[in-house]
Design a binder for this molecule. Structure first.
Ligand code: NAI
Length: 351
């Protein structure tokens, strides 16, 4: 075995950041644990091609902090972490790679638990499971639960903006017909909404059009679609100085992580009068579903908590209005408030 683990100093507020290598297994991974203040850290394993190791570290730092905030806003007894495996050329031996990853996850002793993410699948997580039990999502796809949460967030935004959370007759433009986008389209169709969809994969567009009666547009045209709501369900960074001026919607609510390219883009949306349901509040359905496996929650508790995202999003909008700040900043403030009160009660308990 050639596994080495190096502790990185990043100058950020992360509890631990590790660079793990196993050359024999073709394994190079950054694991960032942002916070375990609320409970064990959770966060998926991303497999991606990065230009540099620094870029992978930056991604892991950002995504793990996002997980802490997501769990805090969903009121879960969990903290935030993330694994980022650097993809080097052709991946020939997934078994060796994910077994190496499993050994590293095991070394956290349950303090950090992972699951699938961009570039990884339940099959990969089943390999991780051979080395550690601290892995989630091997059995059931969380995407329908994430989609339901996004739907609830969208309804809350509609209520705040239009005074009714009924989405019947509203037009929703969905970017990305993958796991979440597909299920979201079906939820919206059942609620009587009209749909415009796009994906770079024509097969996925076809499947979604068939299931939801959506109108398809080429990927680049989704930003210009005339609709009431835009739902980003593909990539991060798609709300930016180039795309925001093109939007012809009143609400943005979707599943993609890190939708705003920069903080200033949240202000740009606000200036254009577009109501933004912050990504990590809207897309918490998947991690809430994970609590069934992780914390033994019943299916009913999971369902109630996901429906409750409606209220969480409304809390964000109310604080944003009260403090005259954009919703993305209000969500950060609420999450930080919750984390600070956790740290406070922990200190009080220890003294
Ligand atoms: P997925 O990989 O199944 O679907 C993403 C889809 O976006 C793919 O069909 C892909 O072809 C498409 N796509 C890529 N570039 C595109 C472009 N330029 N224009 C249009 N479509 C494009 O991923 P999944 O699971 O549906 O997740 C979607 C987003 O939601 C991701 O950002 C993910 O991180 C986030 N998310 C997913 C959760 C889940 O439970 N699956 C939970 C929380 C967040």
């Amino acid at each position: 075995m050639t596994l080495t683990i190096e502790e990185l100093t990043t100058g950020t507020d992360h509890e631990r950041v590790l660079l793990c290598r196993d050359p024999q297994a073709g394994y190079r991974c950054v694991i960032a644990v942002h916070s375990t203040a609320a409970g064990p850290a959770v966060g998926g394993t991303r497999l991606w091609t990065y230009a540099t190791e620094e870029e992978a570290v930056t991604d892991a730092l950002r995504l793990s902090r996002g997980m802490t905030y997501k769990c805090a806003m969903a009121g879960l007894p969990l903290g935030g972490g993330k694994s980022v495996i650097l993809r080097d050329g052709n991946l020939t031996d997934r078994e060796a790679l994910f077994r190496a990853h499993g050994r590293v996850i095991e070394s956290f002793g349950g303090g950090y638990m992972t699951g699938e993410d961009v570039g990884t699948s339940p099959t990969d997580m089943a390999i991780v499971r051979r080395e550690t039990k601290h892995v989630l999502g091997v059995t059931e796809d969380p995407s329908p639960y994430t989609a339901r949460g996004v739907f609830r967030a969208m309804s809350a935004a509609a209520l705040h903006r239009w005074g009714s959370d009924d989405l019947a007759g509203r037009t929703v433009a969905i970017q990305g017909c993958g796991s979440v986008g597909f299920h979201l389209a079906r939820e919206l169709r059942a609620a009587g909404a009209r749909l415009v969809v796009s994906d770079v994969d024509p097969g996925r567009v076809r499947r979604t059009v068939e299931a939801s009666g959506a109108r398809a547009v080429p990927p680049e045209e989704i930003f210009d679609a005339e609709a009431d709501i835009f739902a980003p369900c593909a990539l991060g960074g798609i709300l930016n100085a180039e795309t925001i001026p093109r939007l012809r919607v009143e609400i943005v609510a979707g599943a993609a992580n890190n939708q705003l390219l920069e903080e200033a883009d949240g202000e740009l949306l606000q200036a254009r009068g577009i109501l933004y349901a912050p990504d990590y509040v809207a897309n918490a359905g998947g991690v809430i579903f994970g609590c069934q496996e992780l914390l033994g929650w019943s299916a009913e508790t999971v369902r109630e908590r996901i429906e409750g995202l409606h209220g969480a999003v409304l809390d964000v909008f109310r604080l944003a209005e009260k403090q005259e700040i954009p919703p993305h900043a209000a969500a950060d403030r609420l999450a930080e408030r919750r984390l600070a009160s956790l740290a406070h009660s922990k200190r009080a308990f220890m003294s």
